[in-house]
Design a protein around this ligand. Structure first.
Ligand code: AMP
Ligand code: ZN
Length: 471
């Protein structure tokens, strides 16, 4: 089976082939670091992490180069820095660090490159000057604008005509623009704002110029995959493409364009202005990252995903079921590491991903593997148990799941002091049960319940986990 991906430009699924299978390139638009990312921002991170893992599996770990930029110059950053009376670097460092910690906790591998816009300003200035030379951009009142009238295929990615764009723009058209759809490549900075020198005066680049320049500088053209959320198709990606096409006389920019659907909150758009945002930085204090990752992958990436309490409950139950099977297997044959030779059925997870990253199907393939593991445990065949366990752990790794020891999953959030206390109570309870002292055994169970612990009795003794919220 070959990898098929839905290409926004072609408006259909196409077989994926990289330009060079020794160097597969992917670029995903990253965060603007002026605050904590919300859970919607984490969706592209986790979705493209699954694709990164799959490409590494298919082409080799060192053959895939993944870049995700950091927008560290922006009006919102300037505003936040002015509010706090600090340099923009203080703000961007703080929130980039938090972003990395949160995305690590969601199990996302770090991209190969994380270029920062402020490290490429000179290259952006050169690229903008080149566009002017080629007749694709013009200077007006200290600004440089891209001339959308001069770009013959403008609108090809989003499928919009110039008339649609004007109707949809709803913005006051600046008097220096030749055409309402023209967009800013360079703009002057006000006295207190960050600034860099340019032939058009001190100023800063527009957002669309950042990505097109960094893609070329960091990865080289054409790239195999360009990704981001669906909201970026227009204007951001359309404008990146227009610049690159003009600069390279119509040459290829990105061979596949991929966009994830939006994450909503109880049926409405999640947005800071509506005040209905969930912030992973806070959520991850109380919920394991792996559970949040499961929730984010539970819908197909192109579908909208509705974020609800019950989504988190279902995700916890799903992971409890898989880790529960692994825990029972561990009592019989110990734990496994990913990377074992897997049976044919374990490849169902890979086959599901090869079909345009069908993660719901891949997750149900994990359930089928855990059912097989349960059957092997019931039959007591140790070699079948070990094989089924390896299948589940190795297939899980492709999606970034099931790499913890089962005990760590069930007890993960418990503090060390609590762990010691629970273990001591379980020993006392086992002794009471052995001497048929049922009142003492029941009293200890009550104490464990009050500590927020669920005890699970099994053939090899008792294990435990923390209660879920509301349990
Ligand atoms: P931003 O920091 O707003 O530029 O967004 C960073 C990334 O998150 C982009 O790829 C956006 O398309 C994506 N994104 C923003 N909001 C959502 C959302 N509610 N659901 C899914 N993706 C989103
Ligand atoms: Zn971008």
């Amino acid at each position: 089976m070959t990898l098929k991906l839905y290409d926004t430009m072609a408006r259909k699924k196409r077989p994926f082939e990289p330009a060079n299978d020794k160097r597969v390139t992917m670029y995903v638009c990253g965060p603007t670091v002026y605050g904590y990312a919300h859970i919607g921002n984490a969706r592209p991170v986790v979705v493209f992490d699954v694709l990164f893992r799959l490409l590494r599996h298919l082409y080799g770990e060192d053959q895939v180069v993944y870049a995700r930029n950091v927008t560290d110059v922006d009006d919102k950053i300037n505003q936040k820095a002015a509010d706090e009376g600090v340099e923009i670097g203080v703000i961007t460092e703080r929130f980039f660090k938090a972003y990395l910690e949160d995305m690590d906790a969601l199990g996302a591998l770090r991209p190969t490159h994380q270029p920062r816009a402020t490290d490429f300003i000179k290259e952006m200035v050169e690229a903008i000057a080149d566009l002017i030379t080629k007749g694709g951009a013009y200077e007006a009142e200290g600004h440089v604008l891209f001339d959308t009238q001069a770009a013959k295929d403008y609108g090809q990615l989003s499928g919009r005509s110039l008339d649609d764009m004007i109707a949809g723009a709803r913005v006051e058209v600046a008097p220096y623009k030749r055409h309402a759809a023209d967009f800013v490549l360079w703009k002057p900075s006000k006295p207190h704002e960050p600034r860099w020198p340019s032939p058009w005066g001190d100023g800063r680049p527009g957002w669309h110029s950042e990505c097109s320049t960094m893609i070329e500088q960091v990865l080289g053209l054409p790239i195999d995959i360009h990704g981001g959320g669906i909201d970026l198709v227009f204007p951001h990606h359309e404008n990146e493409l227009a610049q690159a096409t003009c600069a390279h006389h119509g040459g290829e920019f990105a061979r596949f364009w991929m966009h994830n659907g939006f994450l909503d909150m109880d049926g409405t758009k999640m947005s800071k202005s509506l005040g209905n945002v969930i912030i992973p930085h806070e959520l991850l204090q109380v919920v394991p990252g792996e559970l949040v990752r499961w929730a984010l992958l539970s819908a197909h990436y192109r579908q909208p995903l509705d974020w609800t309490e019950s989504l988190l409950d279902q995700s916890r139950k799903a992971l409890d079921r898989l880790y529960g099977a692994l825990q029972d297997a561990a009592r019989e044959v110990g734990t496994a590491k990913a990377g074992a030779e897997v049976g044919e059925k374990a490849r169902d997870v890979e086959y599901a991903l090869l079909d345009d990253l069908n993660t719901p199907k891949a997750l149900s393939a994990l359930f089928a593997l855990s059912d097989d593991l349960r059957t092997a445990i019931a039959e007591g065949d140790k070699s079948a148990i070990a094989g089924a366990r390896d299948d589940l752990v190795t297939a899980g790794a492709l999606l970034g799941f099931l790499q913890k020891a089962p005990g760590e999953w069930f007890q993960g959030a418990a503090a060390d002091g609590l762990k010691d206390q629970v273990e001591a109570l379980l020993v006392q309870r086992a002794e009471a049960r052995a001497s048929k002292d049922w009142p003492t055994a029941d009293r200890i169970r009550g104490e464990l319940d009050a500590l927020g612990v669920v005890v699970m009795d099994g053939p090899q003794g008792a294990t435990w986990r923390l209660k879920a919220a509301g349990e």
